[in-house]
Design a protein around this ligand. Structure first.
Ligand SMILES: Nc1ncnc2c1ncn2[C@@H]1O[C@H](COP(=O)(O)OP(=O)(O)OP(=O)(O)O)[C@@H](O)[C@H]1O
Length: 307
């Protein structure tokens, strides 16, 4: 059984930068152990929230607890059990993976050589880098570097692992390998995957949230939230130039080029007629329905009301 009391609780967190941009606006989330996807477009506030959780910056308002640890006021406590893979992960190009991981292990306080060798060997195997451990990091591919980043992040066996936009720039095979690695981390820690890529969340995350303009628009169990749209998503193949007219009449949530034509998905609680056919909803439909304001999760709008 999972430890239900061990979760990440984010309460009414807000942040406005000195230039006046409000990056987080009254964000509240309850994140259980396991994989959690934070989905949102560029500029939504994901990195600001991830950096705040990683104790690299402070919110203007709000509370964050990981179990009993007060993240804002007990930074050192949190750091002992935190793994953070930032969006930009710099490595020393001339060091090998084995050397640099050993170096980070010393920095994280693993002073005993035998223990260190055991820990780093296990992590290099877990991240599938063991065969490449002597290779210089400068010659690593993007995916290998990201996996090395995970090895570093896992050095202290964290109970909170934060990965910020990890698959951007990875080729499809590397992306799958990287996501498989995350999914193996199990249910003993809170793993937050921040991304603008819908498939990353649909393939991996049991629970998720959608953030836009600093506000949480939806917080849900992924498959339940998608199932809640059943019967409301419809599609039709159209000529691109008829799209503006269609947008006047229907709640268009997405339009994708398909050869010379355009596949349109709409949100409608009634049968729209006019050649639309019902389609099984997926996470992309949920994302676009939410982002376009056509689907509003009832309890989030209540919960996000001011304190
Ligand atoms: N240090 C900063 N000073 C001022 N504004 C900032 C700073 N960092 C982020 N912002 C602004 O805050 C908003 C949220 O940015 P943030 O990086 O958190 O979003 P994001 O969802 O991670 O986007 P991306 O995927 O592009 O990184 C954006 O409008 C951004 O320009």
């Amino acid at each position: 059984m999972k430890n239900q009391s061990f979760h990440l609780s984010i309460r009414h967190v807000s942040k406005t930068y000195a230039n006046g941009v409000q990056a987080l606006n009254n964000v509240s989330l309850d994140i259980p152990p396991g994989m959690f996807g934070l989905l949102g477009p560029n500029g939504a506030g994901k990195s600001t929230l991830m950096r705040t959780l990683a104790t690299l910056q402070e919110p203007d308002e709000g509370e964050i607890f990981l179990g009993n640890i007060d993240v804002v006021n007990q930074k050192e406590e949190l750091r002992k059990t935190l793994g953070y893979l930032p969006q930009e992960f710099g490595v020393y190009p001339k060091a090998s993976a084995e050397e640099l991981l050993d170096h980070f292990a010393v920095m994280k306080g693993i002073m005993n050589r035998t223990v260190r060798r055991e820990v780093t060997e296990n992590l290099l195997k877990q991240t599938n880098l063991w065969d490449k451990r002597k290779q210089k990091l400068g010659g690593y591919s993007g995916g290998m570097r990201q996996r090395f980043g995970v090895a570093v992040a896992l050095l202290n066996n964290p109970r909170l692992l934060i990965v910020d936009e990890p698959t951007a720039g990875l080729d499809p095979a590397e992306r799958v390998r990287f996501l498989n690695l995350l999914s193996e981390l199990g249910e003993n820690s809170v793993v937050i995957l921040s991304t603008h890529i819908v498939e990353d969340v649909s393939e991996l995350c049991t629970n998720m949230a959608i953030i836009n303009k600093g506000q949480i628009l939806l917080e849900a169990q992924t498959s339940e939230a998608v199932a809640a749209l059943k019967g409301y998503i419809w599609r039709k193949l159209i000529d691109k130039n008829t799209l503006p007219a269609l947008e006047q009449e229907y709640k268009v949530i997405s339009a994708k080029m398909l050869g010379s034509r355009t596949m349109v998905h709409i949100y409608s609680q009634e049968i729209p007629g006019n050649g639309f056919e019902s389609v099984e909803p997926d996470l992309e439909d949920l994302y676009f329905s939410t982002m376009t304001g056509n689907y509003v999760q009832p309890h989030v709008s209540k919960k996000e009301g001011k304190k």
